[in-house]
Write a protein that binds this ligand. Structure first.
Ligand code: ADP
Ligand code: 5GP
Length: 204
C-alpha cells in the first residue's frame, strides 16, 4: 500500500541469547528483499562468524575513528566492547527502497528513535528468564563469566521493553519469524508511515 519510496528502518533488540539472530535468519529466508545492517564491533569473532557478514570486526582505534568521522548512525559500549551501525550502507539501502533491519541493543535503539522517529522498534523476549539462561549456556560461545555479565545486562534490558513499539516472544523460531513479518506488514500501514499517499489525497 505504501507510496513511500524509502524502505522501513527496523530495529530489533532483545537480551543476548533471546534468539534475535536465529529469528532474523528465519525471517530473511522468506524476505530476501530486506537488508541486514552489518554492525561494526571491537569484540572478537565467535567461531563461525564471518567478517563483513556477521559483523565488521575492527580495532578500538578504527572504531573511535568511525565515531569521530560520523560514520556510525548510533553506537554503544557493551560488555567492554564497542558496537555501532555504519550509517552509509543503511542510508543507501533505505533510499533504494529496501527495508533495513538493525539488530542492536537498547541504548542504540533509543538513539535511532531520536534520530528517526518513524523507525519501527521491536523487542524480542524469551519465553522465560530460565529459558534465556538455558539458551545462552546451550549456545556454548561465552565463558561462565561472560554469561553472568550477559544475564545481568538482560535484567536491565528487559526493564526497557516497554519503550518499544512491539514485543515478539520467541517461543518457536518459525512462528516468531512469521509474527515478525506480520508486525512489519502492519506497521507499514500506519498513517505516519504513509505521508506521501495521504498527501496525494489532500492535493486539489
Ligand atoms: P541472540 O542473537 O539473541 O544472542 P541466538 O539467536 O544466538 O540469540 O540464540 C541463542 C541460542 O538459543 C542459540 O543456541 C539458538 O540456537 C537458541 N534458540 C534461538 N531461538 C530458539 C527457540 N525458539 N527455541 C529454542 N532455542 C532457540
Ligand atoms: P553480541 O556480542 O551477542 O553479538 O552482541 C551483544 C549486543 O550488542 C546485542 O544486544 C546486540 O544486539 C548488540 N549490538 C550488535 N550490534 C550493535 C550495534 O551496531 N549497535 C548497538 N547499539 N548494539 C549492537
Amino acid at each position: 500500500m505504501r507510496k513511500n519510496n524509502r524502505g522501513a528502518l527496523i530495529v530489533f533488540s532483545g537480551p543476548s541469547g533471546s534468539g534475535k539472530g536465529t529469528v532474523l535468519g528465519e525471517y530473511f529466508k522468506s524476505h530476501p528483499e530486506a537488508a541486514f545492517s552489518v554492525s561494526a564491533t571491537t569484540r572478537k569473532p565467535r567461531p563461525g562468524e564471518i567478517d563483513g557478514t556477521s559483523y565488521h570486526f575492527v580495532s578500538r582505534e578504527r572504531f573511535e575513528e568511525m565515531i569521530r568521522e560520523g560514520e556510525v548512525l548510533e553506537y554503544t559500549q557493551y560488555n567492554g566492547n564497542y558496537y555501532g551501525s555504519p550509517a552509509g550502507p543503511i542510508r543507501k539501502e533505505l533510499e533504494a527502497g529496501r527495508d533495513v533491519v538493525l539488530e542492536i541493543e537498547v541504548d542504540g535503539a533509543m538513539q535511532v528513535r531520536e534520530r528517526f522517529p518513524e523507525a519501527l522498534l521491536i523487542f524480542v523476549l524469551p519465553p522465560s528468564f530460565g529459558e534465556l539462561e538455558r539458551r545462552l549456556t546451550g549456545r556454548g560461545t561465552e565463558t561462565p563469566e561472560e554469561i553472568a555479565g550477559r544475564l545481568a545486562a538482560a535484567r536491565r534490558e528487559l526493564r526497557q521493553a516497554h519503550r518499544y513499539d512491539y514485543l515478539l516472544i520467541n517461543d518457536q523460531v518459525e512462528e516468531a519469524a512469521a509474527r515478525l513479518g506480520e508486525i512489519i506488514r502492519a506497521a507499514k500501514c500506519t498513517p505516519a508511515r504513509n505521508e506521501l499517499l495521504l498527501q496525494e489525497f489532500s492535493e486539489e
